[in-house]
Design a protein around this ligand. Structure first.
Ligand code: SF4
Ligand code: SF4
Length: 464
């Protein structure tokens, strides 16, 4: 048993001496490759156009951590909206866990940008210039010649151009498309920080896609490392049907494999040849498997050639393969789904109820209330208003549910777009409205007679 499982002691891309084993995955065509191509090119189109799409003049998504400006679906989020981000991140993480429990690494094979860029951009260029796996192996073994320099040089040149392009696009998600375009067009000395970030990003992408490749998935990615914790025997994965496939044996013309007591696996090695992480799926579920489905396509093609039913490698679960059991909703899945639904509900509610203006109004510390005349009491407050929109807002405060008056100290400033206004004001209340030491007041913030926000505050005064 120890020998059978020995493949788990090391990764397939490192040999016994600790040297890198370069993977030359064989080209493959098939149903899943076709579906994945559609998904990948759609996602690539979205990713590339994302920074240029605008809603109300704002980008679809921008995460400017440097200036603490975040835009989601055209809405500007401020550090004051941190709770929404926190809940959104929590929902996202829980979604990933729940999704993994049910569908294994479906994300890695179909949606992960690393897989999409590697398999549908850089690998395609490599196949185009260097040919299929055998041609690539022959080229790497061949001595350096003009033809080899030409092929290697042009491939790496295209890789560099692609890396620079991708890094610029991703940088746009941080500093915005205008920011990146001004780094490109202005004098480099004016944007030294941005330029360095661009070079570092581009270098990192070039290194990952030209050299590091599948090592990102097998040794670096934390999501890949967490699979063992999140998945169980019911998780859907790309799996080899060992019940049907074993015992594997080469095929002989015209033989009845059942009579010969052979399984359906004809030991053609095609599933291993196409694997971009260099593993043998017939060894069972492995951490290196990114569920890219290439081995499904390769095996299905082989099964068709030898007139055996397709699906020897397919989407299934360990439980499904071992006991021919269909997918079941476990208590864990139901529990995760319930928590996710609640969190998503809270997140949507927070987004819907989020206002364009956020106000903080607090009683100025150390100031006592004052009896202005025989009929009225006043308190002094400090206010801070944050304008989360792109328009300037002329604002005023009004008492909503009490008789009294609000008097700003000086003139109320104009609340400029994407900025804040601060100041002080007096709230004067009729004594008849004061029934306790702390009377609750409802205050409204109005823009041209339209209330943009309302909130409660406490008013301190003598009990009448
Ligand atoms: S085993 Fe199959 S699904 Fe997993 S990485 Fe290799 S080819 Fe992709
Ligand atoms: S491709 Fe299918 S038949 Fe060929 S070795 Fe793999 S599992 Fe067996």
């Amino acid at each position: 048993m120890a020998e059978v499982e020995s493949f788990r002691d090391r990764i397939s891309t490192v040999d016994k001496e600790g040297k890198r084993v370069w993977i030359y995955p064989k080209k493959v065509k098939g149903k899943f490759m076709r579906y994945r191509s559609w998904v990948s090119y759609t996602l690539l189109a979205l990713l590339l156009s994302g920074p240029f799409l605008r809603i109300n003049g704002e980008p679809l998504l921008m995460l400017n951590v440097i200036e603490r400006q975040f835009v989601l679906f055209g809405q500007i989020f401020w550090p004051e909206d941190f709770h929404i981000f926190l809940i959104g991140t929590l929902c996202f993480m829980l979604f990933i866990v729940l999704f993994t429990v049910i569908y294994g690494r479906l994300f890695c094979g179909w949606i992960c940008p690393q897989t999409i860029f590697m398999e549908f951009v850089f690998r395609k260029v490599e196949y185009w210039i260097e040919g299929d796996w055998r041609d690539q192996q022959a080229l790497d073994r061949a001595p350096w010649s003009a033809g080899k320099w030409m092929k290697k040089g042009s491939k790496h040149l295209i890789f560099i151009v692609l890396s620079v392009f991708i890094s610029n696009i991703l940088l746009m998600y941080i500093i915005g498309s205008d920011g990146v375009l001004s780094i490109i067009s202005d004098n480099p000395s004016e944007h030294l920080g941005g330029l360095i970030a661009m070079i570092v990003f581009s270098g990192a992408f070039y290194f990952v896609y030209s050299k590091f490749r599948e090592q990102v998935c097998t040794t670096v990615c934390p999501y890949g490392r967490l699979q063992g914790v999140m998945m169980d025997r019911n998780s859907i994965v790309v799996a080899y049907d060992y019940v049907r496939g074993e015992s594997r044996a080469k095929i002989r013309k015209g033989e009845d494999r059942k009579l010969a007591q052979k399984g359906d696996c004809i030991d053609c090695h095609h599933c291993v040849d196409v694997c971009p992480t260099g593993i043998d799926i017939r060894n069972g579920v492995q951490l290196e498997c990114i569920n890219c489905t290439l081995c499904i396509d390769a095996c299905d093609a082989m099964m068709k050639q030898v007139n055996l039913p397709a699906g020897l490698i397919r989407y299934s679960s360990e439980e499904g393969i071992a006991n021919s059991r269909p997918f079941t909703w476990t208590k864990r899945i139901l529990g995760y789904t319930a928590v996710l639904a609640v969190l998503l509900g809270v997140f949507v509610l927070l987004l819907i109820t989020r206002t364009d203006v956020e106000t903080i109004l607090v009683r100025t510390p150390g100031m006592l209330f004052q009896e202005v005349d025989s009929n009225r009491v006043q308190n002094v407050y400090s206010y801070k208003l944050i304008n989360k929109t792109k328009r300037d807002i002329p604002f005023e405060f009004r008492l909503i549910d009490r008789r009294g008056e609000i008097k700003p100290v000086g003139k109320l400033p104009l609340l400029k777009s994407k900025s804040l206004a601060e100041g002080s004001l007096f709230i004067l209340l009729d004594k008849g409205e004061i029934h306790s030491m702390n009377t609750k007041l409802r205050i409204g913030v109005f823009e041209n007679n339209v209330m943009v926000e309302d909130f409660n505050i406490s008013f301190v005064g003598p009990i009448q």
